[in-house]
Structures are given as structure tokens and as C-alpha cells.
Design a protein around this ligand. Structure first.
Ligand SMILES: Nc1ncnc2c1ncn2[C@@H]1O[C@H](COP(=O)(O)OP(=O)(O)O)[C@@H](O)[C@H]1O
Ligand SMILES: [Mg+2]
Length: 588
């Protein structure tokens, strides 16, 4: 989603066409709509001609009966125009809404399947507001813009033809003035577009601020940074205003174009009146001529507007297409356990080196090698930033190692489908993410088709059943947005229940107990130990007391393994980092 537009065709039709793949299922409704559009526009073109005829009939002293017949014809034509335009709009609205829904669904499906590297390079709030503003731009452009262009072209060409038939001299006179005005309108349109695009990106930035501060409102308040956030927001919104005002200057200049059109109209009537005086033209002809000129002028002015709208839309389409072109992970929608990929739980890192795609110059893991046997518990300790969580991310295949290999049961992780691996792993992290629904929904996230008994069993095993039962609504208690209505320890145990339900072969605990008070830590620790039984587990621990019994402890520092062994082995190394860290922890 870069801001830099690629070279685009003048009208941007190429980009629009790419979007038409979403419109394809509805192409017949769309085509019918276009046909109705042609009919209604054609009918409206007859209107000035018949009006002129009526005036001429009056001028020539025809009977009321004859004049009324033309009037009736006129009425029928107007009714036809209205009817078809009504049906056209209904059809186009259908096409637009269905196409938009399909674009939204495609984008969302694509977005959640993008690899972690995509998300680590972008701010999620910005992404979200960009997408929603881009889509809302499409809302009124998908069908209407195209319809407008077509009907405008038709009115201009049809109008000019009628006028030519009526008086080519006056038509040429008119054509000498109007197109100059039109070109002027076209180019001022482009300038306006530039500023509105700028304003749009400032709007997106200011929305990001709102989204981020509201999400982190506790931090804003705790740091009493309200004033700081206000000024950040003020700056951005002022920039929105500045860009808007600059664009407004050019929009205001459009008034002169309107003036131009009136002047040319007056000139046409002036010339026409002279021709009537010479007997070269009938009054009724001039009458219809003026109305056609009005039609044409209006449509040319409208075209400039449509052009700017189209350009804005193209910008949005380009952004959305760029997003849709991002390669996704190969995720299977319905994972059917494949015995060929079923894990026993043996894991090995073989000379793994890793750099984050967003920060290529920093080597986060250097020459990391270790192995875990099925059912073993391996602990990872080390200072913050040493690369522990990164190891967990690599196991989950969020990223691929820059060099070296990760092996499951002796097989290169690259030979496993992402889904097969993730389906057999579970992770419990320090910040548990709960969705805004009920406790039941949050536990069932580990296995959406779980039955009632399975859910309760999982909750019991996770030491969560007691507190769940104490709520009047039990499993159906609403957890509040992100689980704010629960304590840290309770959220943690829900996450554990989720993992229990998933029944993974490999369990990853990333500082799962570090944010808890000692009371709930005990409950959570107990639950975790039950969960770790009979599985391979990788435990990233902040509190060293929790990993004493691990089969092996790996000490990581700045991305390299500096010590490895059991608790008693490591503790006997007086100068070791592990010994050092334990002493620090017991001192406090
Ligand atoms: N998404 C990311 N993009 C770039 N660098 C990252 C990312 N995540 C973590 N890092 C960097 O990688 C290093 C290791 O981080 P991490 O594995 O989270 O450490 P730990 O879990 O041991 O505290 C840190 O220097 C951190 O800044
Ligand atoms: Mg970490």
C-alpha cells in the first residue's frame, strides 16, 4: 500500500477494469442497467426537440388539437425517461452493493491471510482506516461514474447531432466557444484532485491517532498525556483543514467556469436572434437550440466533476489492488488432519539465523541450535529483547529463518503446510487476547465445534471453572471489549482452557505468568503444568522459579545461546548468566 501511484492511464480505465472482476457475476444486471440508461438518456434528448416543435406550431398558427398531440407525445417521452431512469438506478444500486460486499469480503479474507511480516511493517489502525475510506470512495463510483460518463457522452453527441440537423451554422458557432470552457474545467479538476488526495491522507493519519489513543486510553490517562495527544491530533486536523482550504480555492474558481457558460449561452442566443431576423431560422428552432446548449453545457461541466471523482476513485482502487496483490500464506480453510504431517513433538533448531523483514540490518538470532524430544519441557530464559519470543514466532511459522533450518520430527519445517503445523501447536502469551463476546466463545476459539462437556472439562482443567461458575451467567458471561471485565489471571486461565481444548502436540508458553500476582500465578501455574503433561513444551519464563524442573534450560543473550543445561547444572556455574539471574531474582 504505497502512496506512490504507478503510471496510470489518463482516465484510469485500466485500473477500473481490474476492479471489474468483482463486478463480473452481476454483468448481466449491469448490462441491462446500461441499456435502460441509454433509453432514458435518449428519451431526454427528444425533449428539447419536441419543445421547439411546439413553439413553432404555435408560431405557424396550428390548431390546439395538433399542439396538444405533440404535448401528449412529450408527456409520454418524459414518463418513459423517468421510468427507465428509475429502473436503471435500482439495478445499479443492486450491482454496486453486491460488488462492494464482494470486494469487502475478498479484502478481508486476503488481509487475514497475509503473513506476519506484512503486519509487522504497518500500523494496524492506519491500515484499517485506509481500507474503509478507500472502500467508501468506491461506494458511489463503481457504477454511477461509468453511467455518468456514458450518459454525458451520449447527451453531448446526441445533442450536437440534433443541433447540426437544425442549424449547422449556429452549432459551429456554439462549438467554437463551449469546448474551450470545458478544457479549462478539466484541468482545474485535476488540481482539485491533488489537494483532496492530500487532505484524504491527512484524514487517515488523524483517524489513526484517534484509534490508537482510544485503544490505549489507559496509557494515555496513566501518563496524563491527554494534552500531548490533543496537540498531536490538532496538528493533523489542522493540516486536513489547510489542504482542504487550498483545494477549495480551486473549487471556488469553478464559479468562473459557470460564468463562462452563461456568457456563451447569451452569445448563442444573440447569434440566433440575428439569424431569425434574417429569416435563416425559426423561433422554435432557437428555443430547442438553447435548451440543447444548456444540456450540453451542463454535461460538460458534469464531466469535469466526474473526472475528479474518477481520479479519486482510481487512487483508492490502486491502494486496494496493491493490497490484493500482496502474497498470502498458504492457509487451508478446512484443515483435515493429515497423518503424513502429524507431529510426535520432536523439535530442532539447526544453526538458525534470523532477521525481521522490517529490520533487515539487525540479526535477532545468531546460530541458534537446540533440540527438544517429544514430551520434554524446554525452558528459554534470558534478558528482555534477547530473542525468546522470536523463537516462538519462528516455531509457529510466522516467519521463515534467514538461514539454517527448523525441524519437526527431523523434517524441514518448510516441507510442512502452515496449517498442519499451526493446527498442532498452541501458544499462551503474557497479554491474552480475548474477543469481545462471551467466555464460551473465547474458550471455543480453540475448537469451534466443541461440545458443552468438552468446554466445561477444558475450563476445569484450566482452573477456570470456579470463577466462571461464580458469575451469574456462567460461560455466557460477556467479557467486555478485549476482556476488560476480567482480571489478568482469569483471562490467562481462559487462554489456557482454549489451549486445552485444542489439545496441541506442542505447547508454547511465552511469559504466560509474568503479569500475574502470586495468588493467581499459583492457580495459573498449576493449570499450565496440567496442560504441559504429555506434550512437548517450550516455556519462556520470566520467573525462574517456574522452570526449575524443566528437562533443559536454554539461556539466550542477544540472540545467541550462551548456556544450556538442567537447573542444577546451570546453577553450579558461578560465573554463568543463569546463576546471576537467579541471584538477582531471589534478592528481590
Ligand atoms: N516485528 C519485529 N520487527 C522487527 N524487530 C523486532 C520485531 N519483534 C521483535 N523485534 C526485535 O527482535 C529482538 C528480539 O525480540 P523478542 O524476541 O521479542 O525478545 P524477547 O522475547 O526475548 O524479549 C528485539 O531486539 C526486538 O526489538
Ligand atoms: Mg518476549
Amino acid at each position: 500500500m504505497s502512496d506512490k501511484p504507478k503510471s496510470r492511464s489518463f482516465f484510469g480505465f485500466r485500473e477500473m477494469f481490474k476492479l471489474f472482476r468483482f463486478l463480473k457475476p452481476y454483468r448481466w444486471i449491469f448490462a441491462l442497467g446500461l441499456l435502460f440508461l441509454l433509453i432514458s438518456t435518449g428519451a431526454s434528448l427528444m425533449f428539447p426537440k419536441l419543445l421547439g416543435n411546439m413553439v413553432d406550431m404555435g408560431n405557424k398558427g396550428k390548431t390546439l388539437h395538433d399542439i396538444s398531440r405533440t404535448g401528449l407525445l412529450l408527456l409520454i417521452i418524459l414518463a418513459t425517461q423517468a421510468l427507465f431512469s428509475y429502473m436503471r438506478t435500482r439495478l445499479f444500486v443492486q450491482v454496486t452493493e453486491k460488488t462492494l460486499a464482494s470486494i469487502r469480503q475478498n479484502l478481508y479474507n486476503h488481509l487475514i491471510r497475509l503473513p506476519m511480516s506484512f503486519f509487522s511493517e504497518r500500523r494496524v489502525g492506519e491500515l484499517n482506516s485506509r481500507i474503509s475510506s478507500d472502500i467508501s470512495l468506491l461506494q458511489d463510483s463503481i457504477t454511477d461514474t461509468l453511467a455518468d460518463i456514458l450518459s454525458q457522452l451520449l447527451v453531448i453527441i446526441g445533442g450536437v447531432t440534433f443541433m447540426m440537423i437544425s442549424s449547422w451554422k449556429l452549432t459551429l458557432f456554439m462549438l467554437a466557444i463551449v469546448p474551450a470552457m470545458a478544457l479549462f474545467g478539466f484541468f482545474s479538476g485535476r488540481v482539485i484532485r491533488r489537494y483532496s488526495k492530500k487532505a484524504q491522507s491527512f484524514v487517515a493519519e488523524s483517524n489513526t491517532i484517534v484509534e490508537e489513543t482510544l485503544q490505549g486510553i489507559q496509557n494515555v490517562k496513566a501518563f496524563t498525556n491527554e494534552a500531548f495527544e490533543s496537540s498531536r491530533y490538532r496538528e493533523k486536523t489542522n493540516e486536513v483543514a489547510k489542504a482542504g482550504i487550498k483545494g477549495g480555492k480551486y473549487r471556488a474558481a469553478m464559479s468562473f467556469i459557470v460564468l463562462g457558460f452563461f456568457v456563451s449561452m447569451a452569445a448563442v442566443i444573440w447569434r440566433g436572434a440575428a439569424m431569425i431576423a434574417n429569416g435563416q431560422m425559426e423561433a422554435g428552432q432557437l428555443f430547442s437550440f438553447v435548451i440543447y446548449s444548456g444540456f450540453i453545457a451542463g454535461n460538460i461541466a458534469g464531466m469535469a466533476g466526474v473526472y475528479t471523482r474518477l481520479q479519486k476513485t482510481i487512487g483508492a482502487v490502486e491502494n486496494l489492488l496493491l493490497l490484493l496483490d500482496e502474497p498470502t500464506e498458504a492457509i487451508e480453510d478446512k484443515y483435515v488432519p493429515d497423518p503424513a504431517y502429524s507431529l510426535h513433538g520432536q523439535i530442532a533448531f539447526d544453526h538458525v539465523e534470523f532477521r525481521y523483514p522490517s529490520r533487515q540490518e539487525v540479526v535477532v538470532l545468531k546460530d541458534v541450535s537446540f533440540s527438544i524430544n517429544p514430551g520434554q519441557e524446554i525452558a528459554l530464559v534470558g534478558p528482555s529483547g534477547s530473542g525468546k519470543s522470536t523463537i516462538a514466532s519462528l516455531l509457529l511459522k510466522f516467519y521463515e529463518p534467514t538461514s539454517g533450518t527448523i525441524l519437526f520430527d527431523g523434517r524441514d519445517s518448510r516441507s510442512f503446510p502452515v496449517t498442519a503445523l499451526r493446527a498442532q501447536m498452541a501458544i499462551v502469551m503474557q497479554d491474552v487476547f480475548l474477543f469481545g463476546g462471551t467466555i464460551r466463545e473465547n474458550i471455543a476459539y480453540g475448537k469451534p465445534d466443541a461440545g458443552e462437556n468438552e468446554l466445561t472439562d477444558a475450563a476445569i482443567q484450566a482452573n477456570a471453572w470456579d470463577f466462571i461458575q461464580s458469575f451469574p451467567n456462567g460461560l455466557d458471561t460477556i467479557v467486555g471489549e478485549r476482556g476488560v471485565q476480567l482480571s489478568g489471571g482469569q483471562r490467562q486461565r481462559i487462554a489456557i482452557a482454549r489451549a486445552v481444548l485444542k489439545n496441541p502436540k506442542i505447547l508454547i508458553l511465552d511469559e504466560a505468568t509474568s503479569s500475574l500476582d502470586s495468588e493467581s500465578e499459583k492457580l495459573v501455574q498449576e493449570a499450565l503444568e496440567k496442560l504441559m503433561k504429555c506434550r512437548t513444551s517450550l516455556v519462556i519464563a520470566h520467573r525462574l522459579s517456574t522452570i526449575r524442573n524443566a528437562d533443559s534450560i536454554i539461556v539466550l543473550s542477544e540472540g545467541t545461546i550462551i548456556e544450556q543445561g538442567t537447573h542444577s547444572e546451570l546453577i553450579s556455574n558461578e560465573k554463568g548468566l543463569y546463576k546471576n539471574l537467579t541471584e538477582l531474582q531471589y534478592a528481590t
